[in-house]
Design a binder for this molecule. Structure first.
Ligand code: AVI
Length: 326
């Protein structure tokens, strides 16, 4: 096993590779808030509380992508078990709570190592401890880092290296960023790499509206929590209750947009910088792009990936693609 980076470990935790992800938070926030259309990068949603809110979103009946993909994965895993019979490893990008990898680990006896990469270290460490107990024969090697960059991973030399990127997280990138991610993933996974990726499909805006505007208001809390995080970590003075959650489908751009809309004219101190808001002015916090299968396969091809197989969920609500480096 190749140890590429210094390990950090505490007494009760698995060793974690730490790429120190918070360094750029302050400059990203100030840069985003000084643009004409104020914006924040969605990767900053996921502090410990934000990750908890996201888990709650996944349990909502309105948020169809989670349950739909989860229901598709046992079939996907069965098909993969026919294809990957040798010793293999799985690298999960943006791993979160590690629920979706379980059907793969259950169906593929050849998996020897699992390398989950996530920006939220504490959440990842807890999820890994549980997974390691459930799958003692698999070496679980968590990496804390920004999976958008190319990373050198602590991987064992095994026959197949399979990337896993579920949840349609690729939809949170612009198409140009998505292509860059796919290029980087190809480099990270090596010349014989594979990538199993979940991507949300285009569908009725009515359905999309419900998914991003749930009745219990969890998505609104998730959205506002980014301001609470900025207050805590960057010494800012946002009053989150003066910003309203606003999410809608932008058909021209094929994406759901999330914004936080100021209900007041106000000036907020952020890290010593005064940021002014007029009434109704928004901070754009997230895009969630939706792709038809043809559009996605074409995008993947421009990044050097050939689609070997794809699976469509019931009513074409969600798609999973198996890509091979070409
Ligand atoms: C993580 N990501 C794919 C989710 C999405 O659907 O874009 C994040 C999310 N935002 C609001 N609800 C869920």
């Amino acid at each position: 096993m190749q140890n590429a980076l210094p390990l950090t470990a505490t007494e009760h935790s698995l060793p974690v590779f730490d790429y120190l992800v918070d360094r750029d938070f302050a400059s990203d926030v100030l840069a985003g808030l000084s643009q004409q259309q104020k914006q924040l990068q969605p990767k900053y949603f996921y502090d410990q509380q934000g990750s908890r809110y996201f888990d709650q979103i996944c349990a909502l009946k309105e948020y169809y992508p989670y349950q739909t993909e989860l229901a598709l994965l046992p079939k996907v895993a069965q098909d993969l078990a026919q294809r990957f019979t040798g010793d293999s490893l799985i690298v999960e990008f943006g791993a979160g709570s590690l629920v979706k990898v379980k059907p793969l680990l259950q169906a593929l006896p050849g998996i020897r190592q699992f390398v989950p990469i996530d920006i939220s270290g504490e959440h990842l460490a807890l999820a890994c401890q549980q997974l390691q107990r459930d799958f003692p024969a698999v070496a679980v090697s968590p990496v804390v880092g920004d999976f958008c960059t190319t990373l050198t991973l602590p991987v064992m030399p095994l026959q197949h290296c399979i990337g896993f990127f579920p949840g349609s997280t690729i939809g949170n990138f612009t198409p140009a960023q998505a292509r860059q991610f796919l290029c980087n993933a190809r480099q990270t996974l090596g010349p014989d790499g594979w990538l199993l990726i979940g991507v949300d499909t285009k569908k009725s805006p009515v359905y999309l509206h419900q998914a991003y505007n749930d009745a219990a208001g969890i998505t609104a809390r998730f959205n506002r929590n980014i301001l609470t995080r900025i207050n805590r970590e960057l010494d800012a003075a946002f009053r989150p209750e003066t910003f309203e959650h606003y999410a809608f489908y932008n058909a021209g751009q094929s994406r759901v947009e999330m914004h936080l809309v100021s209900t007041e004219e106000q000036v907020v101190d952020v890290f010593g910088t005064a940021v002014a808001f007029s009434v109704g002015e928004s901070i754009h916090t997230e895009n969630s792009y939706k792709y038809s299968p043809d559009e996605f396969m074409q995008l993947a091809a421009t990044a050097g990936w050939h689609t070997e197989q794809h699976w469509l969920a019931d009513k074409k609500l969600f798609a999973t693609y198996l890509l091979r480096s070409s």
